[in-house]
Design a protein around this ligand. Sequence first.
Ligand code: BES
Ligand code: MN
Ligand code: ZN
Length: 487
Amino acid sequence: MPQIITSEEDPLELSCDALVVGAFEGSDGPQLSTVGVALDERLGGALSEALLAEGFKAKRGTSSLIATLGRVPAGTIAVAGLGAKDAVDPSSVRRAAGAVAKRLSERTEVVAVLDEGYGDAGSAAQVEGYLLGSYRYEKISSRDDTPERTTRVLVHGSAASVERGIAYAEATNRARDLVNDPPDRLTPKAFAARAKNVADIGGLACKILDEVELANGGFGGILAVAAGSAEPPRLVELNYDPPGATGRVTIIGKGVTYDSGGLSIKSAAGMQNMKTDMGGGAAVIGAMSVLAKLGTLVAVRALIPMTENMIGPAAMRVDDVIVHYGGRTTEMNNADAEGRLILADTIALASEEPSDAMVDIATLTGHMVVGLGDKIGGLFANDSDLMDELKAAGDLAGEDLWPMPLYEGYEKHLDSQVADQKSAGKREGGGISAALFIQRFVGTGIPWAHLDIAGPGRADAPHDLGPKGGTGFGTRTLLEWIEARGR
Ligand code: BES
Ligand code: MN
Ligand code: ZN
């Protein structure tokens, strides 16, 4: 990962491999930022000429690399497109920094000045974008051919904003690593051990319930899902308890380390990438890992149920009745609707402790992928303030969430002849009935929100802020939301 260093020096005077400046999309060609204009003057207008000759438009996410041929101390100028000037916000800065970081991955000394005029949020976003764009999963390979390269990135901006950007990116990239790890390595046990590790470095208390404790505790949903697997389940609890906390929230993440669909087995194509079914849990762990570093004032309790959903002689049967933690019963009518079963137990447990708000995050339904695509997460809430808070947090984080209804009319889709409810409703509105199902386990009076990140939890192609694979989606939204509640 690049090393980020703050500097107050004139970027034009710094000798480096690449100097990154911003440009806006204008009606008559690209419009350089303040530093860009100064640089252009120094070069006698050669920079703007080069951009014009290339037909560079400064659209969001595009960039142009121009060799300086020794006319300024920087070897290359990287012009990053920020899009139309009146629409620029920290998200554009983040994306531009990410896109340019990918193009400059071979450079060792980079000076980046994209944040001008956007204050602390802009410099944090620049740092965040640079680190997210630089993310790579370290391959499991017999060859150890990863080149040893440390890139130093010099940025302007207050130390605090830079630290914040680093923390947000570090949290996201930690979640990405967890999601990208193969499921034979990241078993529920290994996932729990990784969470413990994060707790140790992140100054958190950690408690792990194993399969025996889960059985004794009556966690019927988690046990039913784990029953078909040779790997025992875990329930991980992480606690961040700052002295003089101004509030207390609970975050819960789905941690299915592999979802084969169980006896309602998925198709060969549908099973691909189902190692990413712990993306919600990864986002929760990633966010928790930097709370102490950020000095967050809110106490946060995190719960992550971890299990595989496999086929085996003891696998839960379609038609089984499950008794959840707390006693509610579910007729299990589709073994591939496993996420809600483990969330149900966990939410019931979480509801026993007082908390100002509860948020769960899960790669819960394919319906949400069909409805919102792979860039937007579905946002459900039983409280409109909480809905607004999370929507705003997502906007700041550059993670788009769309409000979805907890439509009462679909409650009847969950009616069961043999238990309190069925696990899976109809195909139509399936993302909504999944949310309605887990809502039933939320304690009375607790503001609760549910993020269905089945789409954006994984990227099928490289994007401005990272490569194909786990995105860590939700990590930064959780952080923005938690931090905002502490202000
Ligand atoms: N893990 C899947 C949801 C999913 C689908 C995540 C695609 C990422 C990409 C979940 O456990 C699941 O299988 N859901 C079923 C529910 C259905 C059986 C009611 C689905 O969406 O089809
Ligand atoms: Mn499933
Ligand atoms: Zn699943």
